[in-house]
Design a protein. Structure first.
Lengths: 254, 280
C-alpha cells in the first residue's frame, strides 16, 4: 500500500467516524434510556457534593468594591401578567406573599411584614448556568426565620416558589423548588433590596430568592407564594422547576 | 518474551489496563471537548476575575453587524478582532440563514443549541474520566508503569538531543522505540498531572457549592471567571497535546502504533548494525 492511499483511507475513516459519532450523539440525546444514563452524572454530582461539603457551608462573601457596576437582568425582566402589572403600577403596596402547604401556620405577609422578619445583608456572587457571574449586595428576610413562624409539618421536604412571570413565550408560570437543607441555610434569603435600593423589576421585584450555593435559575424572581410540599411530582411538569421541566437538573450546585 | 520473526520482533508494549484506560480516556476527552464547546456557546465570552465585566471579555466569539457586508462572525482577543464567518461566531447556512453561534454545530455535542443536554454529556463523561484516571493512576503506581515515566539521568542528559530529533521528525527505531523517550515522558507527565489536575480543579471551581470548600483554589486561580478561562485554556492545551500526539503516532508508524494500543503488541526492527543497548 502506498503512503498516499493509506493516508486517504485513514482520512476517510476518521472523517466518517467523526460524522457518525456526532450524528450518533445527537440521536442518543433524544433517546430516553440514554439520557437517563447521562443524567446519572448529575445525580452523582449532587450526592458527592452533599457528601463532601458541609450542610451549613457558607458561600464566599465579597467586599463593597467587588460589586458589579450593573447586575445583569436575565430571564424574565418585565412580567406581563395582569396580576403583576397591577401590583407594579402601585409600587407593590398591595403585594401579599402567601405561605402555605404542609405548614402548621399558613401566613399572608405584606412587604412591611416581610421587612420586619429577621434579615441579612450579603455581598455574593451570582452564577448563571450560561457561564457568567455578577456580584451584588442582597438584603432580605431569612427564609429560616419565616419557616420558624409557619412551622413545616413532619414530612415536609421542599419549598416551591410560585412566580408571577411567564418566561418568554412559554405561557407557563415560572416556579422553582429547593429542599429543607437549602431553605434552612443562613444565606438563603427572600431578597427585597439589591445594592442598598429596592429590588428593581428587572431583578425580580418585589421579592426574589437567593440560594447562594446554586446557579441562577434556582433563584426564582417575582415570588407570589411559597408552598411547602412533601413532593413536587404534581406541580408543573413534575420536575421541580420551570427549567427542570425543560431538561435542566433540579440540583444546580455545579 | 520477544519472539523472532525475520528481522522484526514483536514486543508486548502496552498492558491491558493501560490500553483500556487509553481508549476510555480518549472517548471521554472527545466528548468532554465537544460538549464543553456547547456549554461555552451559551455565553461565548471569557473574563478574568470573580465576576464578568461584560464590556471587557478577554476572549469573545460572536457576531457583529457591519455596514458593508451585513452580519459576520468574529473572534475578539483582547480587543483585536478577526473575521471568522462560516466557522466561528456565525456558521451553518448562507447569509441570513446562518446561525449566530460561537463554535459551529459540527463541533458541539449536541449539534444544535441545547445547553442542558450539553451539560448532561459533559458531567457524565467528566465523572467517567475522573474515575478512569483514578483507577489508572492507582494501577500505574503499583504496577511500575508510573516509574517508567520518570525521566532517568540518561534521559535528562539526552534531553537536547531528543528535542533536536523531534524537530527533525527523527524518531528512535529498533529496540529504543519500545521505550518512552524523554519528551514523551515529560509530555505524559505534564498532561496527566499538570493539565489534568488543572482542568478538574478549575471545573470544580465553577461550582457554587464546591466553592464553599475550595476558596483557596478560587483565590489561587483569581476567581470563578478566571477559573472558567483557565478551564478553557487547559482544554485548548489538551487539544494541542492530542494534535501533537496524533502527529507523532502517524509519523512513527500509524498501524504499528494503533495495533500496539489495541492488542498490546509492538513490532520493531532488529538491525545487525543496531546493537541492543541496555542502559539499566
Amino acid at each position: 500500500m502506498t503512503d498516499f492511499t493509506r493516508r486517504s483511507i485513514i482520512k476517510a475513516l476518521a472523517g466518517t467516524g467523526g460524522l457518525l459519532t456526532l450524528t450518533g450523539c445527537d440521536s442518543l440525546s433524544r433517546t430516553p434510556w440514554f439520557t437517563d444514563i447521562l443524567s446519572s452524572g448529575e445525580t452523582l454530582s449532587d450526592v458527592a457534593q452533599h457528601a463532601i461539603t458541609p450542610r451549613k457551608g457558607m458561600a464566599r462573601e465579597f467586599a463593597r468594591e467587588d460589586i458589579s457596576p450593573q447586575f445583569r437582568q436575565n430571564g424574565s425582566t418585565n412580567p406581563q401578567t395582569s396580576e403583576y402589572r397591577k401590583l407594579a403600577a402601585n409600587n407593590f403596596k398591595d403585594y401579599v406573599l402567601k405561605v402555605g402547604g404542609r405548614v402548621k401556620n399558613p401566613m399572608n405577609l405584606d412587604m412591611a411584614a416581610i421587612r420586619a422578619l429577621p434579615s441579612r445583608t450579603q455581598i455574593t456572587r451570582h452564577d448563571c448556568v450560561e457561564g457568567w457571574s455578577a456580584i451584588g449586595e442582597w438584603t432580605g428576610a431569612r427564609l429560616n426565620a419565616l419557616l420558624k413562624q409557619v412551622q413545616p409539618l413532619p414530612g415536609a421536604r421542599y419549598l416551591v416558589f410560585h412566580c408571577a412571570d411567564e418566561y418568554g413565550s412559554s405561557q407557563s408560570r415560572y416556579y422553582e423548588s429547593i429542599d429543607m437543607e437549602d431553605a434552612e441555610h443562613p444565606q438563603t434569603l427572600l431578597a427585597y433590596d439589591l445594592n442598598g435600593e429596592a429590588l428593581p423589576i428587572g431583578n425580580g421585584a418585589p421579592l426574589r430568592l437567593r440560594v447562594e450555593r446554586q446557579l441562577g435559575y434556582k433563584m426564582a424572581k417575582y415570588i407570589m407564594s411559597i408552598e411547602v410540599v412533601d413532593s413536587f411530582d404534581n406541580i408543573g411538569g413534575g420536575n421541580g422547576g420551570f427549567w427542570e421541566d425543560r431538561g435542566y437538573a433540579w440540583y444546580a450546585g455545579i | 518474551m520477544p519472539r523472532l520473526k525475520g528481522h522484526h520482533r514483536t514486543f508486548y508494549k502496552h498492558r491491558l489496563p493501560m490500553r483500556l484506560a487509553h481508549w476510555v480516556g480518549a472517548v471521554c476527552l472527545f466528548i468532554l471537548l465537544l460538549s464543553g464547546l456547547q456549554i461555552f456557546n451559551a455565553h461565548p465570552y471569557l473574563y478574568w476575575g470573580s465576576a464578568s465585566d461584560f464590556n471587557a471579555p478577554w476572549l469573545a466569539i460572536d457576531a457583529r453587524n457591519t455596514e458593508q457586508s451585513g452580519i459576520e462572525g468574529q473572534v475578539r482577543l483582547y480587543g483585536h478582532s478577526l473575521e471568522t464567518t462560516g466557522v466561528l461566531g456565525l456558521s451553518g447556512g448562507e447569509g441570513g440563514n446562518a446561525d449566530q453561534r460561537a463554535f459551529p454545530s459540527w463541533l458541539t455535542i449536541p449539534g444544535g443549541r441545547w445547553l442542558s443536554m450539553g451539560r448532561s454529556w459533559h458531567f457524565f463523561f467528566a465523572w467517567l474520566l475522573v474515575i478512569n484516571a483514578s483507577v489508572f493512576l492507582i494501577w500505574a503506581a503499583f504496577s511500575g508503569h508510573l516509574r517508567q515515566l520518570v525521566p532517568t539521568r540518561a534521559d535528562w542528559l539526552g534531553f537536547g538531543e531528543s528535542v533536536k530529533d523531534h524537530l527533525r521528525f527523527k524518531h528512535p527505531t529498533g529496540e529504543a522505540a519500545t521505550r518512552y523517550n524523554v519528551l514523551q515522558k515529560l509530555a505524559y507527565l505534564f498532561v496527566s498531572f499538570g493539565l489534568g489536575s488543572l482542568i478538574v480543579t478549575t471545573g470544580l471551581c465553577m461550582s457554587p457549592r464546591m466553592d464553599t470548600v475550595m476558596s483557596d483554589f478560587l483565590t489561587f486561580y483569581g476567581g470563578r471567571q478566571s477559573a472558567r478561562s483557565i478551564h478553557f485554556l487547559a482544554a485548548s492545551g489538551l487539544v494541542l497535546f492530542v494534535v501533537v500526539h496524533l502527529f507523532e503516532v502517524i509519523v512513527t508508524g500509524p498501524l504499528n502504533n494503533l495495533r500496539s494500543m489495541i492488542t498490546g503488541h509492538y513490532r520493531y526492527r532488529t538491525d545487525t548494525n543496531h546493537k541492543e543497548k541496555h542502559d539499566d
